[in-house]
Design a protein around this ligand. Structure first.
Ligand code: UTP
Length: 291
């Protein structure tokens, strides 16, 4: 068994152009699904996976994320004074007491791989998780990252990448893996292709926003030259890891993924969460029946 996962990196320094104009001032990760911002769902999943150190890779426009997890003295005092203990617990519970949040900046949006590399001084040489908060993964039981951390640990610290089957005509929107099944949920990756045309895609297993990686990935990222789109691609460093270690696993997680990086996904996630609440479910049903 290798070391348990304690640290999770949230690369949140992207520009979020698909949600302009809102993202001129509101970080994409602060967009709410019902009453909770996307980043809260991601943090809850990291804590569920056993993390006690959360590393947010932000940029100079994203103060709201740090503010959100900070203590809100005035608000908390007012809620206390008014006896609103439920709301007070909710406000104080954005980050559990045993968990610390560390913020590092990515000075320029040079790609996901570069954003992850910015977390190197905090993570060091140990296994860590990566969560892209705009991929919201909902599961009634253990969260997706927790499932992956367990698999990685049982496999001697092997890298584990979350994958999902996507329609064949959508392979050009994703990183696609070629892999040999190991069991019902996991497969050994041979190689990964960034956004292949459907005719060239080796499968329809697409990489989605969860990774468990060894600390070694940082050195490999340092050696990675800019790839597709002039950005430093995490996929390229994972390919190098695969060559070096001979094993990186693709894992089909239990749960439902909502791609909240686009409007349709955010609407779906909102409807899905609303349907979990009987009162809101009635509102959704009534709305759909009358429109
Ligand atoms: P996306 O490809 O979704 O880009 O990044 P984006 O900028 O967030 O959104 P659009 O496409 O312009 O609407 C995937 C993840 O990688 C992070 C993003 O914050 C997001 O979580 N990222 C991307 C960085 O942190 N830095 C980068 O340089 C690029």
């Amino acid at each position: 068994m290798s070391k348990p996962l304690r640290k999770v990196v949230f690369p949140v320094a992207g520009l979020g152009t698909r949600f302009l104009p809102a993202t001129k001032v509101v970080a994409k990760e602060m967009l709410p699904v019902l009453d909770r911002p996307l980043i809260q769902y991601a943090v809850d999943e990291a804590v569920d996976a056993g993390a006690d150190t959360l590393v947010f890779v932000t940029n100079r426009y994203k103060h709201a994320i740090a503010d959100y997890f900070d203590k809100a003295y005035e608000l908390e005092a007012k809620l206390q004074e008014k006896g609103k203990s439920d709301l007070l617990a909710m406000v104080q519970g954005t980050l559990p007491k045993h968990v610390r949040a560390i913020f590092v900046t990515q000075p320029e949006a040079l790609g996901l791989g570069h954003a992850v590399l910015c977390a190197k001084p905090v993570v060091g040489d140990e296994p860590f998780g990566v969560i892209l908060p705009d991929d919201l993964i909902w599961n009634a039981g253990r969260g997706a990252l927790g499932q992956m951390a367990e698999l990685s640990q049982a496999q001697g610290g092997a890298g584990v990448i979350a994958v999902e089957e996507v329609p064949h005509d959508e392979t050009d929107k994703y990183g696609i893996v070629a892999a040999t099944p190991v069991d019902e949920r996991s497969a050994a990756i041979h190689h990964m292709v960034e956004k292949p045309k459907p005719a060239d895609a080796p499968s329809n297993l697409a990489v989605v926003g969860r990774y468990v990686l060894p600390g070694r990935i940082f050195e490999l990222l340092e050696r990675t030259t800019p790839g597709a789109g002039g950005e430093i691609q995490l996929t390229d460093a994972i390919e190098a890891l695969l060559k070096e270690q001979g094993k990186v696993l693709a894992y089909r997680f239990h749960g439902t993924r909502f791609d909240c990086g686009n409007k349709a996904g955010l609407v779906r996630a909102t409807m899905h969460m609303a349907m979990q609440d009987p009162k809101l479910a009635a509102v959704v049903r009534e709305f759909v029946a009358t429109h």
